[in-house]
Design a protein around this ligand. Structure first.
Ligand code: BYC
Length: 482
């Protein structure tokens, strides 16, 4: 099987997995292709399908120069199947099979477990495209619109990545799952997407930036854990997906950063020092800092639910089996088996949140969630540097992990952003100080007016410091006139 960095662009489906010589899988993918394009046309970015967009397309998988920029209509994007280069003589790095050669085929006893992981991962990708499909119409600039579409086409490619694995390694079951991935719909009553956060609406650009900051970061953590997999094709797939994912988090982090920047600049120009003077700040046409904090609280808590339960046999089994490792498993210094290790987990005991040591194997979801919180905190610190530089005392911060949860230990209780337990009445009374209110949402929505002229930016967001592919500020990223 070819494992170099060159991508074969000759056929319908660009790939570096030797599809030209694999008639069975090529046929399965070519049969799936029209349904995918139908889905993309129906559920992909609304209103801009026939516009030329300045997008990057992967043309190789080497660490340098893997992407090429150029104008393309989104339905013509060359979605392909790309795996990172094989690592010679790679060994399984953890669990019961530690030290054995990695698998190139699915071990029979782990088939169901692996299929479930691939399907869950695959399901999130089209879900996010569906969630974001209305945003083009209100893009705050051409730069942002192009970044949205880049994220969308790459989520589409990530769906292809999982569909390839399903079709290549799971035969008929895999083909059925691939069809189902095109059938479920984000937010649909009868046929929703599998995980909670992927059925929420993404109604405005602030939600989009928060989603790409927090929820795409769950993507990063989960992909990093799957990149450690002993099932080598999954590892190689995820390793390449991670190179694309980095841009998605960049979009979220710098999106919020530019909003904070614009708010600080406008407050300074107007001589407003008090971030709580919301009415005056909003009169400037920018997003007030308390609203940003409430939106961060919401998206952080929704994303924490994606890590599953604190104590999980599924997670222990996947680790033991060598299918899903920890974040940076290959850089950790322990026995990678975790037979007798413990890990501290926050739990609810007699109406109180306490830290408890539990068997490390059963706490793997928590470990990944803790790594996620650290990673997210580093991004929040970068947002806060903008506030620091502008001389404001306000700081953004992540709420307590027990706040506003639907999955796991804290789903049964209410807690405030500091982790203090609240009665139902107190929760109702305080909710609007911690989560976006109807008024916040209406205000943000009122700002969602398109700025579609090259070089124009909406009132509530600062321009980026650098263009995509080093293009100048007034570059026409999307040829809006048909
Ligand atoms: N919603 O043992 P537990 C991304 C279910 S994002 C609904 O704790 P486990 C992206 C669970 O399925 C990354 N149900 O579960 C980002 C289980 O049900 P069953 C996506 C939930 O397996 C932005 C039961 O509760 N990839 O790529 O340890 C844009 C018991 O739970 C939820 C992955 O997640 C929930 N939130 O952990 C685009 C990686 N949480 O099977 C893309 C693959 C739990 O008993 N997935 N349940 O009926 C996994 O590794 C794991 O399945 C999970 C759950 C971490 C999701």
């Amino acid at each position: 099987m070819p494992d170099g960095t060159a991508v074969d662009y000759d056929g319908l489906i660009p790939n570096n997995v030797g599809l030209a010589d694999d008639a069975r899988v090529r046929r399965a993918l070519e049969t799936w292709h029209p349904g995918y394009i139908d889905w993309w046309r129906q559920m992909g970015p609304e209103g801009f399908q026939d516009r030329l967009v300045y997008l990057r397309t992967a043309v190789g998988v080497g660490s340098e120069g893997w992407a090429k920029f150029g104008y393309v209509k989104m339905p013509d994007y060359r979605w392909g199947v790309l795996l990172a280069p094989a690592v010679e003589d790679r060994k399984i790095g953890f669990g019961a099979h530690k030290g054995e050669a990695v698998w190139q085929e699915v071990p029979g006893e782990y088939r169901a477990m692996l299929r479930r992981l691939l399907v869950i991962q695959g399901d999130t990708e089209p879900a996010s495209v569906e969630q974001q499909r209305h945003l083009g119409a209100t893009a705050p600039s051409q730069y942002d619109m192009r970044n949205l579409f880049q994220v969308n086409v790459e989520e589409g490619r990530h769906l292809w990545a999982m569909v390839y694995l399903l079709q290549k390694y799971f035969g008929r079951d895999g083909r059925e799952e691939a069809e189902e991935l095109l059938r479920r719909r984000s937010g649909d009553q009868d046929s929703p997407r599998m995980l909670g956060a992927f059925n929420e609406a993404t109604p405005d650009w602030l939600s989009f930036f928060m989603f790409t900051f927090f929820t795409d970061r769950d993507g990063k953590m989960q992909l990093a854990a799957l990149a450690q997999s002993g099932f080598d094709p999954l590892s190689r797939t995820c390793r390449f997906m991670l190179t694309e994912e980095a841009h998605h988090m960049f979009v979220g982090e710098t999106g919020v950063q530019r909003i904070v920047q614009r708010t600080c600049d406008a407050m300074r120009e107007a001589g407003i020092d008090d971030p709580m003077d919301v009415e005056r700040v909003r009169a400037l046409g920018v997003i007030d800092l308390p609203t940003l904090q409430r939106k961060a609280n919401l998206h952080f808590s929704l994303t924490l639910d994606l890590f599953g339960n604190e104590i999980s046999t599924n997670a222990a089994n996947a680790f033991n089996a060598g299918l899903k490792g920890r974040y940076h498993e290959d850089r950790l210094a322990d026995d990678h088996v975790l037979g007798s290790d413990t890990y501290p987990v926050l739990r609810l005991r007699d109406g109180e949140i306490v830290r408890e040591d539990v068997p490390a194997l059963s706490a793997l979801n928590m470990r990944l969630r803790d790594d996620f919180v650290d990673d997210a905190n580093a991004g929040v610190a970068r947002w806060n540097r903008v506030l620091e530089r502008s001389g404001l005392e306000f700081r953004l911060r992540l709420p307590h992990v027990g706040f506003n949860r639907r999955i796991g230990e804290f789903a049964a209780i209410h807690a405030d952003t500091e982790g203090r337990l609240l009665s139902e009445d107190r929760w109702q009374a305080q909710r609007d100080t911690m989560l976006p209110t109807n008024d916040d949402n209406r205000y943000v929505e009122s700002l969602m007016r398109p700025a579609h002229e090259p070089g124009a930016f909406a009132s509530w967001i600062a321009p980026p410091t650098r263009g995509i592919d080093n293009k100048p500020g007034d570059f026409e990223y999307v040829k809006i006139e048909a």
